[in-house]
Design a protein around this ligand. Sequence first.
Ligand SMILES: *[C@@H]1O[C@H](CO)[C@@H](O)[C@H](O)[C@H]1NC(C)=O
Length: 547
Amino acid sequence: MKLPELISVLSLILFITIISQPKAALGAELAPSPPKQAYVTLLYGDDYLLGVRVLGKSIRDTGTTKDMVALVSDGVSDYAKKLLKADGWIVETTSLLANPNQVRAPRYWGIYTKLKIFNMTNYNKVVYLDGDTILVKSIEEVFKCGKFCANLKHSERMNAGVLVVEPSKAVFNDMMSKVDTLPSYTGGDQGFLTSYYSDFPNALLFDPNIPEEALKSRPAREMERLPIIYNADAGLSFISNKWKVDKSEFRVIHYTIGPFKPWDWWTSWLIEPVDVWQNIRERLDESLPGTAGGKNPNDELRVQFLFVLPFFALLLCFYRSFRENGDLLCRTSLCNQIRHLYHILMSCVTVAYASVSSSTTTNPNSQVSAQTMVPACLGAISVFVCFMSAVVSLGISISIVPRQVMPWTGLVLTYEWTFTIFFLLFGSFLHLIYQWGKATAQSGPVASRTDSFDSESRKGYQRRASSCDIVTWYYGLGMAVLAVAVPSVPCIFGITALLWRLVLMVVGGLILASFMTYASDRLAARSFLKGLEHRNTTRSRAACFLC
Ligand SMILES: *[C@@H]1O[C@H](CO)[C@@H](O)[C@H](O)[C@H]1NC(C)=O
């Protein structure tokens, strides 16, 4: 009895659902669509691509289901558009709005394009976020803000990095008609908006906790100011080392400082809140092959190549010196060097007890004649070349390492290349000085003076020549250790205040510079003297300088 009843009930339910299905769909189409809202960002070129990817990830992490729209202009590559789509952005290609201001930075060429968010009338509210911002908490409540909301920074100036806008054809057309006439103090959209909404500094502060009923009971405000937590300036914190409000309150962090964008690898080593950004970046999905963790597949190859190349260069160099010196000799010299390292260490201990004068009296002739033979200008030249080599090698390595690699990769690669290039540049210089010494010895009366020195101390010379190489290595190693230690001191001691970081950097830099001055002077003098001593020997040991 019960089974037929059940069947009939079930079939009735089935019938009703089948019948009601198209009706429901039809009804949904006819009913007024729910308010459409979106997060919007703007991309002019590929250099902000990683920033927008991280922003998108941070928006999705808040659990929002709203649209994410990326307005991209002509300068953006197809690959970037594909990647953003794969990340979940709705990519809308848009033409650039030319900047009417004559006096402006080149990067401001298309910056008025931001005004196009007022033209996005298929949405009734959009939250615009710059590509160098991230959400650290949900900001859904901000969609309740008035028709135009922005932040006020530094007294009366508007910051257009985060905007809440009610798109409107009328407002957009009005703006377009005034673009050529209204002044812009920045030469960009921010200045234009400041002029357009001239009364903005008097706008009321947006209350994130306002209940829906209160909102509905009054007309939407034309303008509202956003609290600072919706546009926390990482630049300001960098300079003063403190945020104006409690950190845990932040909703949006804005990385404003030009050469310290969070995707530049060096920024992580300088600005504290970049960690937040990097954490999100590391969690980026592999939307397209090889893009997990914000990696750029093109950069990967370059990074591997850059990493391996210096080692190959060094190997080649060693191979060359190996061939020139011969197998046995090189090995014995290595043994000798290790043995002399021991001797030097021991003598260091004993020298503490021995007086300086006693060491000079052991070989007075050679010491005196050798010192007087070094040209007077050599010291100055070598110091100049040393510092030039350091600057050039640092400049080259920073320019060849891709900017957007991970912080550690960038640091290691930069050190590797700086050291390699410096080594080659300054090593070549020392080699030249060595040749100079050789040439000086072969011409002129100096030769006769060194003859006596050579014959007198032939035994001692053999030892000195190899220990000389070790001293060269000591100087080199000393410079390298200082170069690594000086920038890492603030990190080791956990000092985040910019002022103290700068003070430590300057002090460390002075120590490094004085050591470099001393070492380069000593090294050049040694190379020169070595050239003098080696004038008759056919075997060129100087090749070892380069390796
Ligand atoms: C504004 O949007 C409309 C579509 O809603 C479009 O046809 C028009 O070209 C847009 N104006 C500009 C200047 O982009």
